[in-house]
Design a protein around this ligand. Structure first.
Ligand code: WT7
Length: 653
């Protein structure tokens, strides 16, 4: 019974309560009242122009916004350089010795990178890229662990006006090759490997498998990280440190147009083919700098900010690299997993660096909950003053645990809703001004307008429906690389005149927004977006599979888990081993993140009389619910059989 008091705390919930900003936080907050919302609603385009002036422009824009729905151009005629805004201007202002990143490798090695040091490396690597033939307008693929060379490579691209396409290091060789091909990237920047849970992730082997089949790749640059011995292909592959030696230390920043392509980032949708989301220069940097500053209440002189995402996702692009550096902030960059060497690694990092702001995902918070409050309790977390959440709806239990056990009941929790496509945070509290409700992302930020609409596209003032955005915003995607029609079709056709985000949402009686998850065939596993269609097509691409249907089922830790219902071709036996083989196959086609948690073998899938798979019923089965309406089912006995099989299917954690 010694456990009782702790249990009492852990079951305490703030659900249903409204929490005013704590006085201690509010007194120094950048925004303490509604005035910024008022300003923005009086003149929303003027509001964004004001925010853009926080950047340094070589040439100011002449056209603030051209809106030819769904194509936006922001700050037309304006010229700027992203690396200049992230680095040179801070160094010129005397902040060269300020720490840009406290980097920590998983094995415990560390590097302190100042703004001057970062500028130096970025210029040199920009010259390296040029020496390899990269020109303004080209694309560079980046496939790296969380090492300082990753932001260096990104910023070096922006310096010379090349667009980067960062591919998360957990993606497979096939996935990397597809993305290289789509972008026609000339150069691939990678590493021999990275450290993860004490083991080497052999990135170079995957990079080779991809580059060998990618005709556009002329050069591969390899950072030495794990030093485990890799093959280097003569003439194509070069060590980073060799190329950096003896290269010129200065590189003038290119004067880029506000609308020049800054980067591509691939994300899954409802089809099997990932989309290359395009972000451009001026609008993107304006909104990431603005949101980073005000949502996280950044005081660049005193804050130590840690966004614990991977740079391979949009969260890392916007809130590890571009937003924080544009604001001259000090950040933490950590390579590895939270449980290496022990389950208190994050809390140890926070204590040692005096982290003041932590930004992470609900799935991580729920994992920490599972590990127990004793882990953070081993460390002094009193430096923290603000907590953030992103990637999926945060359940009130996880919110409360985060608030209590990490924030010590003193730190506001900002739940931030946005997407790869939006580029920057769209719906979120401003922590000194917004009364919080645990589990709600609260309100659209100043300058942003969101509406929830019903099936017919009619706005609902209160209640549930589809989340839409009703006007352009500076960091909005400019399209899907190479496919303007797909851009229009995917985001702007379901509700004419509106951007449809793919999410369901509800507005409560006080006008608060509650995000309810995806309403399309997209799953959210640990905050990562995975398409059911993409996993299905990876499965049917295996010679043993006749048919596959994939659904996301609620999972207490990862938000959703991937459940695959598979029908095998005649000669193949359903067995645990075969399930393992198919899981591995999906990991090879897409990446370990897409590996199904459960594979249910079945002789048939539930279909309508016209042959359409009824996923709704499969979701009911996967989540152990009683079945919804089955009247349109061609053969009702099929589901009974599937239910039986699902109950005994092995599940992998
Ligand atoms: C999808 C976007 C934005 C960076 C991470 C994911 C879900 C994101 C929240 C939130 C509820 C959220 C949505 C969205 N999502 N943040 N605070 N509350 N849902 O980027 O891979 O582009 O996925 O993540 O479903 O559409 P992404």
């Amino acid at each position: 019974m010694a456990d009782e008091p702790r249990q009492a705390i852990e079951s305490f919930s703030l659900e249903g309560r409204t929490l005013l900003p704590p006085d201690d936080f509010k007194k120094d907050a950048l925004v303490r009242d509604q005035s910024m919302y008022d300003q923005a609603s009086e003149d929303w385009t003027g509001f964004w122009a004001t925010q853009a002036l926080a950047l340094d422009w070589f040439e100011e824009w002449d056209t603030l916004l051209e809106w030819d729905l769904p194509f936006a151009r922001w700050f037309g005629g304006g010229q700027l350089n992203v690396s200049y805004n992230c680095l040179d201007r801070h160094v010129a202002a005397g902040k060269g010795d300020k720490v840009a990143f406290h980097w920590e490798g998983e094995p415990g090695d560390t590097r302190t990178i100042t703004y001057a040091g970062l500028l130096d490396e970025v210029q040199r690597f920009a010259n390296v890229l040029r020496s390899l033939g990269v020109q303004r307008g080209d694309r560079v693929a980046i496939y790296m662990p969380m090492v300082p060379e990753l932001p260096v490579a990104m910023l070096a691209c922006t310096r010379i006006g090349a667009a980067h396409s960062v591919v998360f290091g957990g993606f497979s060789a096939d996935a990397l090759r597809d993305r290289i091909d789509d972008a026609a990237a000339k150069v691939l920047v990678t590493a021999d490997g990275g450290w993860r849970r004490g083991a080497v992730v052999p990135l170079k082997a995957s990079a080779d498998a991809a580059a060998d089949q990618a005709p556009t790749i002329e050069h591969v640059v390899v950072v030495r990280r794990t030093d485990h011995g890799v093959d280097m292909k003569e003439g194509r592959d070069h060590w980073w440190h060799d190329l950096m030696e003896g290269v010129a230390v200065e590189c003038e920043p290119e004067r880029m147009d506000a609308e020049d392509l800054l980067y591509l980032l691939y994300t899954s949708g409802t089809t099997a083919r990932p989309k290359g989301i395009m972000h451009t220069t001026g609008g993107y940097l304006t909104q990431v700098a603005f949101t980073h500053k005000y949502v996280f209440d950044i005081k660049p002189d005193t804050d130590v900010y840690w966004c614990a995402a991977d740079i391979g996702w949009v969260t890392g692009h916007s809130y590890i690299v571009y937003g924080p550096l544009a604001n001259g902030c000090t950040g933490v960059l950590y390579e590895g997993t939270p449980d290496f060497p022990a389950r208190d690694r994050w809390w140890d990092i926070i204590e040692r660096y005096g982290v003041t702001i932590l930004y992470t995902a609900p799935t991580a918070i729920r994992t920490f909950m599972k590990w127990g409050g004793q882990e953070p309790a081993k460390h002094d977390l009193s430096s923290l003053r603000l907590l953030g959440s992103v990637g999926e709806p945060i359940n009130p239990e996880a919110w409360t645990w985060y608030w209590e056990h990490i924030g010590g009941g003193r730190c506001p929790v900002v739940d931030t809703w946005w997407q790869t496509e939006t580029g920057a945070i769209m719906i979120s509290p401003l922590p000194g001004a917004t009364a919080l409700k645990p589990g709600s992302a609260t309100f659209p930020l100043p300058g942003v307008e969101a509406e929830v609409v019903d099936d017919q596209g009619k706005p609902v003032e209160r209640g549930g429906g589809y989340l839409t955005l009703t006007r352009p915003w500076p960091s909005m995607l400019r399209g899907i690389y190479g496919d303007p029609e797909r851009y229009r079709e995917t985001y702007w056709s379901r509700f004419p005149g509106r951007y449809f985000a793919g999410d369901g949402a509800r507005i409560d009686d006080d006008g608060y927004y509650w995000l309810l998850g995806r309403v399309d065939d997209v799953m959210n596993v640990s905050g990562h977006r995975i398409s059911t269609t993409e996993v299905e097509s990876a499965l049917v691409d295996h010679h043993s599979v006749a048919e596959a249907a994939v659904v996301g089922a609620a999972d207490a830790t990862t938000g959703q888990g991937i459940i695959a219902f598979v029908t095998l071709r005649g000669d193949f036996e359903s067995s645990d081993e075969h399930g393992q083989l198919l899981r591995k196959h999906v990991a090879t086609r897409i990446g370990a993140i897409a590996r199904p948690k459960t594979i249910v073998f079945t002789d048939d899938l539930p279909k309508t009389r016209s042959g359409k798979i009824m996923r709704r019923l499969l979701r009911d089965v996967a989540e152990g619910r009683s079945l919804g309406d089955t009247t349109t089912l061609a053969d009702a006995s099929v589901v009974e059989e599937i239910k039986r099989r699902a109950a005994s299917a092995p599940t992998e954690d």
